[in-house]
Design a protein around this ligand. Structure first.
Ligand code: NDP
Length: 488
């Protein structure tokens, strides 16, 4: 919602200073659990702000890229200490602006702390390449150099972890950064930027510009001084970014949507399988790119699995994330909830059966938030829209199949290819799945939770560009400079 206000408005951070955008229109972020709770007022910045931020990052690059990598790491270690000290503050801000339960929010921050320790340590392992020369007295080598100014554009679903996973590796690699957080969740990025400032990073190395994707995001991607765009978000926006970036041959790393399958075939411990599937589906109210969206089960075990899933889903407590008993918080916005309502209509129209959930929660404690019942939809055939599209909410689709071959075909029957799971005691099936599923990441006998030091990314319409994490993300944030050195 945009408002005109005399009240305090959060500022952008450009060239080492907190500065007003100068725009008259600002917008309010409210708590998804209670729309009367105003989290803060933020600027809808403009192309001018973007230009200032990019130029400041460009100037800072001249200094920052010459700081030895091990010294750059010292700044980051200082920042990580501050992050650790501010865990509680960040976790609460995250819960309030995004809606996830506080314990999930705190886990996100804790995970950020440990992942960034790993990333900082990688500063001294930015290895290049040496190869023997064809000529006498010549040394051939290729060293890594930072690509330059990087735009980090982040979504609202992991508003602490995703900015960290872009900003910190970029800085470690010697790039400077302009961060644009999602309009729904700017507060956590303000706090992260404050902590980077406190860690005494040189002015201009990190810049924060708050505002809409259409204005700020677009201007950043198209700016000629931006040499890399690391984006996490929807496939649709990713496609626009790819097109815009191509005009300047700007390097991109696009981490996009997913519609992730979990196959259950010849798996004895269905209780374990069901527990892992619901954990993989309903965490963060299903708003995870790696959430399990579809369970594909062989006919033989389908009834029993469905029964177990229903029991577990019915036991979830939906509520305000600040309540320690809450397992599932609200979805992020009214429009996100409306999308879910529309999918329920579509599922019914297509002939599917809503086994549990399927409705907005609007009465009593839920009346001021964007709550939606955790949902299981059965009787789904693979070609229905609800089976093929990313729903991005607390909704699981159950598809019955008659053979393992069919399970693989159905797994691949979507534009996405981010992550996939198979639960089976038959290792032949496990290996076949590993080989044939079209997915960037595959889990055997566990849910779809990735680990921070492993590469992360997807195939098909789930992503383009070097996989992220895996340490410094150095294949994205650096490029090779090749040297031939003749000695006498
Ligand atoms: P969006 O794609 O709508 O937005 C992501 C970011 O891009 C936001 O900061 C948004 O700004 C910005 N943006 C919007 N339009 C443009 C534009 N034209 N140019 C540049 N930037 C733009 O995604 P959501 O925030 O809704 O996030 C959910 C999506 O993210 C899901 O599809 C999910 O699967 C995916 N995702 C993927 C992950 C992965 O690693 N593969 C991880 C997490 C999420 P604004 O907020 O102002 O719209």
């Amino acid at each position: 919602m945009t408002v005109k206000t005399e009240q305090d408005v959060y500022k952008n951070f450009i060239n080492g200073e907190w500065v007003e955008s100068g725009v008259e229109e600002v917008y309010e972020v409210t708590n998804p659990a209670d729309k009367n709770d105003v989290v803060g007022r933020f600027p809808l910045s403009t192309e001018k702000d973007v230009d200032k931020a990019v130029k400041s990052a460009h100037e800072a690059l001249l200094i920052w890229k010459k700081v030895p990598a091990s010294e750059r790491a010292q700044f980051i270690y200082r920042f990580i200490e501050l992050l650790d000290e501010n865990k509680e503050r960040l976790g609460k801000a995250l819960c309030r602006e995004q809606g996830k339960p506080l314990n999930e929010a705190l886990t996100e921050v804790t995970r950020g702390v440990s992942e960034m320790r790993f990333v900082a340590g990688e500063a001294v392992r930015l290895e290049g390449l040496t190869l023997p020369s064809d000529r006498r007295g010549v040394i051939n080598m290729a060293v890594r150099v930072p690509i330059g100014v990087v735009a980090a554009i982040t979504p609202w679903n992991f508003p602490v972890l995703t900015p960290l996973r872009k900003v910190i590796p970029a800085l470690i690699c010697g790039c400077t950064v302009v961060l644009k957080p999602a309009t729904n969740t700017p507060l956590t990025s303000v706090i992260i930027t404050e902590l980077l400032e406190k860690a005494l990073l040189p002015a201009g190395t990190i810049n924060l510009v708050i505002g809409s994707g259409r204005k700020v995001g677009d201007a950043l991607v198209g700016h000629p001084l931006v040499k890399g765009v690391s984006f996490t978000g929807s496939t649709q926006v990713g496609r626009n970014i790819y097109e815009t970036a191509a005009k300047n041959f700007t390097k991109v790393q696009l981490e996009l949507g997913g519609n992730n399958p979990a196959v259950v075939a010849e798996y004895q411990d269905l209780e374990d399988g069901a527990s892992q599937i619901v954990a993989g589906c309903y965490g963060n109210a299903g708003q995870r790119c790696t959430a399990i969206g579809r369970v594909i089960v062989l006919d033989k075990q389908a009834d029993e699995l469905e029964k177990l899933l229903v029991e577990k889903i019915q036991a979830f407590k939906v509520g305000n994330g600040m309540d320690p008993d809450t397992k599932i918080g609200p979805v992020v916005s009214e429009s996100a909830r409306q999308t879910l309502v529309n999918y329920m209509e579509l599922a019914k129209k297509e002939g599917a059966h809503i086994v549990v959930g399927g409705r907005s929660l609007t009465e009593g404690q839920y009346q001021n938030g964007y709550y939606f019942e955790p949902t299981l939809i059965s009787g789904v055939s693979p070609d229905m829209a609800v089976a093929k599209e990313e729903i991005f909410g607390p909704v699981l689709i159950l598809i019955r199949v008659s053979s393992f071959d069919e399970a693989i075909t159905v797994s691949n029957n979507t534009e996405y290819g981010l992550t996939a799971s198979v639960f089976t005691d038959n290792m032949n099936l496990a290996y076949r799945y590993l080989e044939d599923v079209e997915s960037g990441m595959v889990h055997i006998n566990n849910g779809t939770v990735s680990e921070g030091h492993m590469p992360f990314g997807g195939v098909k319409n789930s992503g383009v560009g070097p996989y992220s994490i895996g340490g410094t993300n150095k294949d994205f944030y650096t490029e090779l400079k090749v040297a031939y050195i003749q000695h006498k």
